[in-house]
Design a protein around this ligand. Sequence first.
Ligand SMILES: NCCCC[C@H](N)C(=O)NCC(=O)O
Length: 461
Amino acid sequence: MVETVRKSLRDSAAARWTALLIVSFTMMCGYFLTDVLSPIVGLLESQLNWTRADYGVYTSSYGWFNVFLVMLILGGIILDKLGIRITGLGATALMVIGTAIKYWAVSTHVLDGETIMGLNAQLFWACIGFAVFAVGVEVAGITVSKIIVKWFKGKEMATAMGMQVALARVGTAFALGFSVPIARALGVIDVSRPVLVALIGLCIGLIAFIVYMVMDKKLDASEANDVQAEISHEDEFKISDIGKILTNKGWWYIAILCVLFYSAVFPFLKYATDLMVNKFGVDQNIAGLIPMLLPFGNILLTPLFGGIYDRKGKGASIMIIGSLLLIVVHALFSVQMLNNWIIAMILVIILGVAFSLVPSAMWPSVPKIVPEKRLGTAYSLIFWVQNWGLMGVPLLIGWVLEKYCITGQTMRDGMMVNTYDYTLPMLIFTGFGLLALVFAFLLKAEDKKKGYGLESPNIEG
Ligand SMILES: NCCCC[C@H](N)C(=O)NCC(=O)O
């Protein structure tokens, strides 16, 4: 009898890297929209009368539905229960719908002069759009992580996750770099134009995801056999599995490390331009260029470090080194006499290394701690914990700046504005780094105790 060895579609390198590129493109469009308004805060003020406080409300709306309505956790449960295709399609559609609402809000005049719940109506609807989009992009994020595990387990998983994060950072860098030129293009300033570009990108991203769904179906078909069907039935996700995640110490260490580490990076980026102006004396028209080095650095380094994790292992150690670098950078930012912009550039570059090390090792470590059937929920719970930090820390830093750090006033662009001393905020970020380091060590110790294999390569022999 001739025995045929059935090959899975994931054994084809071309197929799995194509799948990765397709879903990474969708995520890149999502990250572009996420930061598309960050560089045009000044234009929002002059065109739509949004104050800095209004912009703060808009930024925090990212977490409204994800955090308070626990939509992110529901998304993770839906992912584990209903699967990748339906969840990914729903999440991508939500990104498009949310962005369409936001585009309408910032481009229409029918809301002029109206208020809703004490907010300018245009701002209110922009926030609702952003909050809906945020559910989509976060759930799409966990879906894509699960997609990568599905195609790359036992193979180049960390490299693939690193590539996906790198392409997401391209989206962030494009937003930081091109939003202003797009808004100023055609001789008429229009803040809704970058949002329209993002909306078009997301529609293409939706089509890309539908193409991916065909590949996903083919992958399932290539792996289907009776034995597996039996196993997968027994192996179905149950709601009680959430308890198993929440009682897993390793999962907690990753979740806490994640919220502490990301709280010292993304919220820092929201204030980094202002830091360059106030501490390093950089002209505010070009001050954004220094923080922009961070996502650009990530584009090269995250897949590189992912590759090291795949081939050599040392995932927990990589997270320790990343946390150490984070502490060094923020501590040096807090030293008052270090105020030359070249130092600022060097520190941002080192922060870029730290922000490549930790994500490249953290995300591929989750499948080593949590079984695949619970991965969607595990990732979504980590993102949920993380979203509290992403929402709360910018508010904390803003409050600290206003209460303790005003040093005087100066004239900028013909307007009298406050000047700030960033020492205290940078010490707070350093504190997050120190705590992150403690949890990185705890994770390494737990790995040693439980044998998760965080220090082992991902590529199987
Ligand atoms: N401004 C985008 C925030 C994305 C947060 C998301 N939960 C996440 O952590 N993604 C992984 C990453 O490193 O971007």
